[in-house]
Design a protein around this ligand. Structure first.
Ligand code: MSP
Length: 685
């Protein structure tokens, strides 16, 4: 019996002692705009974990998808002049859409759920009814503070400085008939779950949840809306649509066939409860408080774990579509390969905390780890095997004193890697592998194969040295494959490693590669990047993208972000404060509307001629949906008077300012008008 057979047997026995399935999920993303590097980060992490579990022999279910209902999508579709379904279809299935991105990034999901899938919609109606029949959902009137961009109601006590605790924006008073979920009923068991188990990780997130939400007291949760229609209708009261979180959270179970026939119920029996939900820190509240409470209400088992990962920040601040500073994963993956981007994302940033993205970090990481360390090790090893032995290592091999350290380090790698992966510490797992790669490069210098090649007496030693290098590369390749699947296949091809030597069992100890391995020198898998040239090129490309994004937005469109992106992007803690002098640079004035008309070229824009006290100017404003021209003529309103003029509609108009307006509770916008007692041209401060 070989070492491998023994290890395989042991692995099988270990697995028999527990369930051999692994169910992992990403959040389902809002298809309100193209996804960015932040979404890619979470999905790549989930993919690496899923591939790692498959490598270990688990029967894995990896689910991702899109969360397609809600007022924001309804509004965006109307702005784009298409139906909500057409709008989301385009973002999910269209060119460079969500599915294209996951294909490019080599995401090995097993299922993709869209919350507009009919089976999901029907299942959500049944779930809603079940909770209603149980008395856990009841009809009431909601009076509260509402944050429009986040589509969230908040209690007074949850507000931070009177603003939304998620995005830091002002909230408004709102009231409407709504159904409520009795979240308060489940406060004690949820608290117990958070405090006394490892349900939520990292542990620091538990403290946040207890402190910010449990201790102030859980209030019942509004779970239906009447102010928009793009959602799952409550079938027994159709003027209501199910409000986002019931619809979104139960995706994790409907995609397994729960209460529907699209998938066999056996999948639900087999895979539920989930082993882990990966979610960004801004939606930990929904997954660690609301989700378990709803499952308790449904008498369903709870997921084993929720992991709240950190954010990728840009220049220390949020990434934001409204700022035009989102990083496009398409561009980076196409330029440097999906594998390089995948590796960088999981190597540079600790998964549990925030990290600062930069192009410089990306390029340095590719050059240092992939081109220098791994790429060189592979090309030196295969080139020497080729040069000294025509590719196939002779069986006569002699060990030497330099071997001990390398063999010990590489031999124990799987255990150290596994310990890190089980904690979702991707950065540590990769650092372990690259520690071994660095040690192998040092081993080449210590053993000096080019000297060993000079005498026939030392050829057996040379053969052993090259074997040790090839075996180290094989071990590292197997463990890197969840992170860089395509590149590792290329590594295996150069090492002549067939699939039986790519298994988890085969890397338990050093030495499974046959002594007379045949290596082939192949292409350079990770070419070195000219950092200065690439950084300049990336800057130019990203600047062009920013410009294109700005040109396609109306001059004074309220900078309301997409739902969910809002929560991820607008958190106050990362928002730099400005000095009064910065505020004073913005020249706000009272202007009078002298003329106003609809534009035939755009349904969204109104063309206003306003008098600012000194002169008339043209402003194009994206408010046509909420104001008719005749509502505005003669009115006095606030404008930003010192914005740089902007050509719009392909240069046909130049907009010379912007109208200041507030978001309303129902997703509209409201302008504050001044009376005749405020002279036209007055400065606002
Ligand atoms: N639709 C909800 C989730 C429902 S899950 C039942 C949603 N969607 S979202 O499109 O806003 O995606 C949010 C997720 O994308 C975050 O939780 C996180 O995983 C990922 N990220 C979005 N921006 C991010 C960063 N800047 N950095 C890291 N991850 C981020 O919320």
């Amino acid at each position: 019996m070989t070492i491998m057979d023994t290890m395989e047997k042991k692995d099988k026995k270990d697995k028999k002692d527990s369930k051999n399935t692994f169910y992992i999920t990403t959040p389902i993303y809002y298809p309100s705009a193209k996804l960015h590097i932040g979404h890619t980060y979470c999905t790549v992490a989930t993919d690496a974990m899923a591939r790692y579990k498959r490598l270990q022999g688990y029967d894995v279910m990896f689910l991702t998808g899109t969360d397609e209902h809600g007022q924001k999508i309804e509004t965006k579709a109307a702005e784009a002049g298409v139906t909500p379904q057409q709008f989301v279809d385009n973002i999910v299935e269209g060119k460079q859409g969500v599915k294209d991105l996951w294909k490019l990034m080599n995401i090995s999901y097993d299922r993709f759920i869209r919350t507009t899938d009919t089976y999901h919609v029907a299942a959500i109606q049944k779930i809603f009814k079940k909770m209603y029949d149980k008395g856990d959902i009841y009809k009431g009137t909601y009076k509260g503070k509402y944050c429009t961009p986040c589509e969230s109601f908040w209690t007074e006590s949850q507000l931070v400085n009177g603003c939304c605790p998620d995005c830091g924006r002002p909230v408004v008073d709102a009231e409407e008939e709504a159904y409520f979920f009795r979240l308060s009923k489940y406060a004690a068991p949820v608290r117990d779950l958070l405090e006394n188990t490892d349900f939520l990780l990292p542990r620091s997130r538990v403290n946040e949840m207890i402190h910010n939400f449990i201790e102030p007291g859980l209030e019942d949760l509004c779970v239906s809306r009447t102010s928009f229609t793009w959602g799952v209708p409550v079938d027994f009261d159709p003027k209501h649509v199910v409000y986002v979180w019931i619809d979104a959270l139960f995706n994790y179970t409907t995609a397994l066939g729960f209460l529907n026939d699209a998938y066999p119920d056996a999948d639900y029996q087999k895979f539920w409860p989930a082993d882990v939900h990966f979610v960004g820190k801004e939606i930990v509240r929904f997954h660690s408080i609301i989700w378990p409470a709803m499952l308790m209400s449904m008498d369903m088992p709870l997921p084993k774990r929720v992991f709240g990962h950190g954010w990728l920040l840009l220049d220390g601040g949020k990434m934001s579509k409204s700022k035009g500073n989102v990083v496009d994963p398409y561009l980076l993956a196409e330029r440097y390969s999906a594998d390089a981007l995948r590796y960088f994302l999981l190597r540079d940033f600790p998964f549990g905390t925030d990290g600062n993205f930069s192009n410089e970090l990306l390029i340095n990481r590719i050059n240092m780890d992939l081109a220098n360390d791994l790429g060189n090790l592979l090309s030196r090893t295969t080139a020497m095997a080729d040069k000294y032995f025509g590719g196939t290592l002779p069986a006569a091999q002699a060990t030497g004193p330099e071997d001990e350290e390398l063999l010990a380090l590489a031999g124990g790698l799987r255990g150290r890697y596994e310990a890190a992966m089980e904690k979702y510490a991707f950065q540590t797992a990769l650092a372990e592998v690259f520690g071994v790669i660095a040690r192998a490069n040092k081993y080449i210098d210590e053993t000096a194969p080019w000297v060993l090649a000079k005498s026939p007496d030392t050829l057996p030693r040379l053969s052993r040295v090259l074997y040790n290098l090839a075996e180290t590369l094989r071990l590292c390749g197997v463990l890197l494959k969840p992170f860089m699947p395509e590149s590792c296949d290329k590594i295996f091809a150069q090492l002549g490693v067939d699939p039986t030597l790519q298994t988890w069992a085969s890397v338990a100890t050093f030495g499974a590669l046959p002594a007379t391995a045949t290596l082939h020198k192949g292409e350079n898998i990770f070419p070195r990047i000219d950092a200065a040239k690439e950084l300049a090129a990336l800057d130019a490309l990203q600047e062009a993208q920013k410009q294109a994004a700005a040109d396609s937005a109306p001059a004074d469109a309220p900078a309301a972000p997409a739902p969910g992106v809002a929560t991820a992007e607008l958190i106050g803690e990362h928002e730099p404060k400005i000095a009064y002098d910065d505020f004073a640079k913005i020249e706000l004035r009272v202007a009078e509307v002298r003329a106003c008309e609809n534009l035939k070229e755009s349904k969204k824009l109104l063309h206003l001629t306003v008098f600012d006290g000194e002169r008339e100017r043209c402003i194009l404003s994206g408010i046509a949906k909420w104001y008719k021209p005749e509502d505005l003529v003669g009115k006095r309103l606030p404008i930003v008077a010192n914005l740089a003029p902007r050509p719009m509609m392909k240069g046909k108009y130049t907009s010379e300012g912007m109208i200041v307006a507030a978001d309303t509770a129902d997703g509209g916008c409201a302008i504050a008008f001044y009376g005749a007692d405020v002279p036209v041209g007055t400065r606002i401060h």
